[in-house]
Design a protein around this ligand. Sequence first.
Ligand code: NOJ
Length: 748
Amino acid sequence: MILLISCNISFAQNKPGKNQDKESFLNELIGKMTLEEKLGQLTLYTSDMSVTGPVIRDTYKQDIMEGKCGNIFNAYSPEYTKKLQDLAMKSRLKIPLLFGYDVIHGHKTIFPLPLGESCAWDTILSEKSARIAAVEASADGLHWTFSPMVDISRDPRWGRVAEGSGEDPCLGSAIARAKVRGYQGTDLKSKETILSCVKHFALYGAPIAGRDYNTVDMSMQSMFNTYLPPYKAAIDAGAATVMSSFNEVNGVPASANSWLMNDLLRKQWGFKGFVVTDYTSINEMVYHGNVADEYEAGVAALNAGIDMDMQGSVYYTYLKKALENKHVKIEDIDIAVYRILDAKWQLGLFEDPYRYSNIKTAKTAIMTPANLQTAEEIAKASMVLLKNENNLLPLQATGKIAFIGPFVKNKRDLIGNWSGAGNWMQSKNLWDAVVARTAGKAELLYAIGANVTEDTVLIKKMHIQEFIDKRSKDELINEAIEVAGRADIIVLTLGESEGMSGEAASRSDITIPANQQELLKRIHAMGKPIVLLLSNGRPLALTWEDKNIPAILETWFLGTQSGPAISSVLFGDYNPSGKITMTFPRSVGQVPIYYASKNTGRPFDNNIKYSSKYLDIENTPLYSFGFGLSYTNYSYSNLKLNKTSFTADETIEACIEIKNTGKMDGSEIVQLYVQDLVGSSTRPLKELKRFSKVFLKAGESKQICFTINKEDLMYYNADMERVLEPGKFKLFIGKNSNEVETVEFEIK
Ligand code: NOJ
């Protein structure tokens, strides 16, 4: 019966009629679909970009032509996406394929790693990089990015902190909104916008012990006050899709978690788009142990409100049987199909399935000089100056400068992990940039000094090819010492390889790898001035470095324009202004460590035995959240409120004077925090509520004013009610979470 109907359906019928509205078109289309075709729309398969070019399994090709696969990821370029779309146009109903990809920090023009970019505290720049990523990705045949990743994390052992915006919900939410705006613009029908995908819903950033994929077990208060706000912010900004996370949330894997997807995301938050799983996470429920087999996993996922199955084929394989057994309902399958077709409609794919596969656009929109310039601007804004004793930085381009370390000539690592379609060979390294910058002025010397790591077990576990200089560790160090011996000043570039952070890259030791530390200590023993440039994807424990090295610049992984950006800061063409968005611990033993901690009943006091402290280390971090230096100095004074006593509905205005007291123009990131002094539930010592980046010429002063209101003071209490509780509060404004001016106010 169904087959008979199918023979009469032509492509023209699946284009919306002239004035046909979405609902009637999609419902009509769903009415024509067989169960197999419906399950096909719930299926997402990967293509592979291999050395010989893009390939897709023959079985997937067949599935596309038979309407059994409606979505593909890891396929891009106008030519290749067109080829695949041609297959979909051979299917009975000719429903266009949706092409997704991990456009995480840029498509081909690669921007800094998200953690690095967040240190710019600049939502305009965050939106700009997402906008450019969307323009390039859409020009390259893509419809959908698996970004933004908005998982709050307070554990630098977790490798995926590299992909997020750090530890704070206020900053994280602001960046989440900016990213959604950047990817989706104001009109998804524009050929330059793509669907965003908020991930990983939910709480993926809080695995126990920082080990990727590990169990998440969290109080409802922590969830709602700290971890959930960025997801909600992205949904409120209109994010079209959501990705369920690998982890369990308090005993139920996210992809089977009906409370998360149906109750919270859809009912409470009003999310209307579709939810895709993370890679095979329906299948992985069998390992979680909440289901006996994949059949049960598929049932659990669909009933939990998961629409699309990434790569696992569980829906496709088992939902027919589950329907016959009445374990799932056809209405739920139809709703999921509707949501996915709706996304395709919004992109205009039913009108023209090829609208994103345009060779001409791809040639003109990707890696343009303007895109590269913006990438460089963002890279400069992302760096954080952690230490600068006696103003060692910026360097003068004179004398003999030795550049030593595994990141000087390196391109592969500097582009960072999750660099998607970015070609690291097109990225710019530090060496070429400093050679150009100092030409005719300074003599530059070079030695690699060390491989990123000599730990063969670690290299094997990373499953990636590390660039290795085959000489022995001692040979490399000796060469570096000889080179350093001829220099007046030494710039050492040390850190992690790109594969040491990111997915499945948790570390229990977050120091600089041992062989590089040995290099550093040997060079340090020579007694010459050293500037340490760090490349890494997570906060590192830098206690020795902080104690012994006069200047430290955190450069993260800055993407395509790494070299020129770092060189600009190094030689003072750009005044660094970034501030860290994750606390840097003194030692991994303090982790998780974060600024918005609570006082406890026995607050830290070294003189009291029974106080909350460690015997062998300070409680304080090495570098506090929000910390970062500049080549100039800023003074804060005269913090004032419009009043000191407010009713709940009144607006609180806080103003402060900030002066650039140094000799260089610069931008300062000003931060406003609040503490609720007495709550029915205990409250953090500080919570970020506002921030602003202010440009000040040398010697210039400005008054900066912020307003906050009731919403900013509310929280979820022990009964999970969102309340504003009258009483005393402290308001702080300062240069970081530790150095602040303070006033008190009261809510009556
Ligand atoms: C697994 C990762 O967790 C997720 O972030 C990514 O989007 C998917 N794989 C697809 O590549």
